[in-house]
Design a binder for this molecule. Structure first.
Ligand code: ADP
Length: 343
């Protein structure tokens, strides 16, 4: 029996019982037959009105229940973009409200799963694409060496050096992919320790001395004296700074200055790496922290970038509870900043 029939039968039964009791009472009152007929007629009319009113009142309830049920059916069929109108009696409105909350949570979860599937597919496609070029280059150079078509020693050396460069690129790319996937899986340990800011910067900058010297680039460093030591995982923030400084050198013309500032904002320590390089177009700035995103693919491949560096920086900074961002004007330079909270 469906809900409507159950409710109507229940109502009809209660009216019938009511009639029986009233009728027995009328007979016991020894009323004249006219009065008895009149009272019976009035009672029957009242019963009919009660039945119709009941029918009209349960209609919105049935409509609301049907609404929830048909939307639940759509979810069962794999459609998650559903919403039930919150109408009808209070309890049904509450049911519709809870149903809507549940369906939007389910939709969020499904969207997350779809997004992570999409990212996984994209990651595999990008990695395969980026691996193909160095692998093809190594293969053709090795084949030339094996076939002994190279007669002079100088060309052979050039070929060997290309193979070495391409294998370094390969292992760097693989290391970055591995690092990023560990970070995204949350399997990178986080054990912060008090670290001297000046020592950290000296260690980072010394590894870029030769690269900067080659391009005649000068470093300017300013450290707020209140920022003597900070609580970080040194290797991770070393990696962030190295990436930002390497990019600053890579995307700057010869003879420019790169400024590294460490300042105190009260609740956090702010690191700023500013260059006078080519800058990043405004519309690209929101995307550069996405993995494999490169502003101009051909230009960046020439520089040897994988497009993973800033994605890794973002993960490390987030792991420290901080934020990372960029301010840049095309043709004027860029300022990359990140924060490390003090608490
Ligand atoms: P890559 O290893 O390719 O440099 P990143 O993730 O480090 O990858 O950088 C992503 C993109 O941001 C690159 O396409 C690069 O063009 C741009 N970019 C990063 N830093 C700078 C900078 N200092 N100046 C100009 N462009 C930059």
């Amino acid at each position: 029996m469906n809900l409507k029939t159950t409710l109507l039968v229940t109502n009809a039964l209660s009216i019938l019982l009511f009639f029986i009791f009233l009728f027995i009472s009328y007979i016991r009152m020894f009323l004249s037959s006219e009065v008895l007929v009149l009272l019976t007629f009035i009672t029957l009319l009242a019963g009919a009105i009660s039945f119709v009113t009941h029918l009209l009142l349960i209609n919105p309830l049935l409509k609301a229940v049907k609404g929830v049920s048909s939307e639940a059916k759509r979810i069962a069929e794999g459609e998650f973009d559903v919403e039930v109108r919150e109408t009808g009696p209070k309890e049904i409105q509450e049911l519709a409200k809870n149903f809507n909350t549940m369906s939007s949570r389910v939709k969020e979860m499904i969207d997350d799963v779809k997004e992570s599937e999409r990212l996984k597919t994209e990651l595999i496609a990008n990695v395969s694409h980026d691996l193909r070029t160095p692998v093809a280059s190594i293969r053709s150079h090795v084949e030339a060496l094996i076939d002994q078509i190279l007669t002079d020693e100088k060309t052979r050396e050039q070929y060997l050096s290309t193979i070495k460069q391409e294998s370094v690129k390969l292992s760097e790319l693989l290391e970055e992919v591995l690092q990023l996937s560990q970070l995204e899986r949350g399997s990178v340990p986080f054990h912060p320790e008090r670290t001297k800011v000046d020592e950290l910067l000296v260690s980072v900058l010394s590894s870029f001395e030769r690269m900067a010297e080659k391009k005649g680039i000068e470093f300017v460093v300013q450290i707020d004296e209140r920022e003597d030591s900070i609580l970080i995982v040194p290797q991770q923030i070393h990696r962030v700074l190295s990436n930002l400084i390497e990019n600053a050198i890579r995307y700057s013309n010869n003879g420019r200055t790169i400024t590294i500032i460490v300042e105190d904002s009260g609740r956090a320590t702010i690191f700023r790496v500013t260059d006078e390089g080519e800058g990043i177009p405004f519309e690209e700035q929101k995307n550069i922290f996405d993995r494999f995103y490169r502003v101009e693919k051909s230009r960046n491949q020439a520089y040897g970038g994988s497009g993973l560096g800033l994605a890794i920086c973002k993960e490390f900074v987030t792991l420290h509870g901080g934020e990372i961002g960029v301010k840049s004007v095309k043709g004027w330079g860029s300022e990359f900043w990140f924060t490390i909270p003090k608490e």
